[in-house]
Design a protein around this ligand. Structure first.
Ligand SMILES: Nc1ncnc2c1ncn2[C@@H]1O[C@H](COP(=O)(O)OP(=O)(O)OP(=O)(O)O)[C@@H](O)[C@H]1O
Ligand SMILES: [Mg+2]
Length: 242
């Protein structure tokens, strides 16, 4: 089912290629990728280093544009956006979580979470409670006044997830969100992503080198190899016996 293109799918990639020219050698970071994702799916993207995982997330985040093909998310045709429209898309449609957290070191947890709301022009009396609400969702209500250097790695990643959730985006993109964390802390982050998917109904796309870590919670695994979809397998919800 998942392999036949559907124009009503929420996320639609059609024949998407991304090429970089390195001197005389072209690098095919993505090579004719066609994918459909329904709204609310929890998807794992796996594959060897250099297979195109981050490139795919960057295209979905409108941080980059394809060399050819089309990427659409909901009503947004990402190839047709100018810079302002790309920024508007990012503010309203996607939250992004990176391996390196990327928090502002001089700001408290609360200020970091409120930052995307400031950029979106949300009034202070709305954004402060929203920032606190998001910190509570990730279990860090009591760390709101800590700066990143006063937080553990796992706590910093939870702040980054709270920041991504603050504008209430329908899509959460996470690129190796547990890559800098020990196994137990990583498992906590995976469970938090599961809550974000299940309780809040968001589409969550997580890139990981450790599929075992997310196998029990994700509904679908898309394996990339050399910029192509090598395997795309849906999985029944985790209540089913292995
Ligand atoms: N800005 C760029 N210029 C040139 N080549 C690039 C650029 N960005 C990525 N590439 C190349 O595109 C390919 C895919 O890169 P990408 O970062 O998507 O891989 P990845 O699957 O995320 O790998 P990793 O698991 O190591 O993070 C790689 O061969 C990489 O060297
Ligand atoms: Mg990567």
């Amino acid at each position: 089912m998942s392999s036949s293109p559907r124009d009503d799918a929420f996320i639609r990639l059609r024949d998407v290629s991304k090429r970089y020219q390195m001197g005389s050698t072209p690098v095919h970071a993505l090579d004719s990728v066609t994918l459909d994702l329904p709204q609310g799916q929890f998807v794992a993207i796996t594959g060897p280093s250099g297979s195109g995982k981050s490139t795919l997330l960057h295209l979905l985040a409108a941080l980059d544009t394809p060399t050819s093909g089309s990427v659409a998310v909901g009503e947004w045709q990402l190839g047709a956006l100018d810079r302002d429209a790309q920024a508007a898309y990012r503010r309203s449609m996607v939250g992004i979580v990176f391996q390196q957290f990327h928090l502002v070191p001089t700001m408290t947890a609360r200020q970091n979470v409120a930052l995307p709301l400031i950029l979106a022009g949300v009034a202070p009396e709305v954004r402060q409670p929203r920032a606190d609400e998001c910190l509570a969702i990730v279990g860090l209500a009591d760390r709101a006044d800590h700066r990143p250097s006063e937080l553990s790695g796992g706590e910093q990643q939870r702040v980054a997830i709270a920041r991504a959730l603050a504008p209430d985006p329908p899509v959460l993109l996470a690129d190796e969100p547990t890559g800098n964390l020990d196994a137990d802390t990583g498992a906590q982050i995976v469970h938090l992503l599961e809550d974000v998917h299940r309780d809040q109904g968001r589409t969550v796309i997580v890139v990981t080198h450790h599929f075992a870590e997310v196998e029990a919670v994700t509904e679908r695994r898309i394996q990339l190899r050399d910029g192509r979809v090598a395997n795309d397998r849906a999985r029944a919800p985790s209540t089913e016996a292995a």
